[in-house]
Design a protein. Structure first.
Lengths: 147, 147
């Protein structure tokens, strides 16, 4: 049983998930495998696109956020997965070498009516480059309660 | 300039993106790298979780959907990326060996007011195992117009 349970994730809780630098090779390998659009693979094609330069698949940014969330919170928690989310935005493209600060904020929490011992936590996740958001998303996390 | 442009993605358009089988090794490598929660890595831990068995990170399912979307549509299109989405759900866990049918439906389309030559397309993407949805999401795709 993990240390961080439903009861620890009350509305208003903010957690700094740390920083991660976008590794060019890892980004390109991800883009190639899952999102091989020209502006995610080719510098010249990317410069001609509205994105302005070779950039990360938005899903890669999400995955980097997820990695820091698991390392910082979920690895030592009662997490039981997620049924989904309701907002996801990529306000700006992410480039190799970018230093991203990952954060989360708990927006809401309630006990499940259908599953005793389980709580649903509304979480806003974000990634910032300096003061600019490059990722914002809201999703529901399921966590076992302590009781 | 790709063949599939904004004008081809009118509301009501449905596209079968084909089938993909969940490869256990690729799934585990993804889970390990981006979402190393116990129920995504360890068979016994997964059986004790509400998920019921070793299963894919929801982001892996999203990435498999994205791969089929790029291969079937975006690779030969005027795609200019995506600013985000508004709904994302994983109605059921995905297991190794599952055969997933990927689909998309165009929900809406409008020309950008701020960027002439660009159109915004509302797309519902889904993955089904048999008759059951395992992924549903709605997002906006940006496509250049032909004009």
């Amino acid at each position: 049983m993990g240390t961080i349970a439903f009861e620890d994730l009350s509305p208003g809780t903010m957690i700094d998930l740390g920083e991660i630098q976008v590794d060019r090779e890892e980004m390109l390998a991800f883009n190639q495998r899952f999102d091989p659009q020209p502006f995610h693979l080719d510098e010249d094609a990317a410069k001609r696109s509205v994105l302005g330069g070779l950039c990360a698949s938005g899903w890669f940014t999400v995955c980097l956020w997820m990695r820091t969330y698991v390392e910082t919170v979920l690895a030592d928690s009662t997490s039981q997965g997620s049924p989904g989310g309701r907002d996801l935005s990529w306000p700006a493209p992410v480039f190799p070498g970018d230093l991203l600060r990952m954060r989360l904020e708990v927006l809401g929490a309630r006990r499940s009516r259908s599953r005793p011992g389980l709580g649903l936590v509304e979480i806003a996740g974000s990634a910032l480059r300096g003061d600019d958001y490059v990722l914002r998303m809201t999703f529901t996390g399921m966590f076992s309660t302590r009781g």
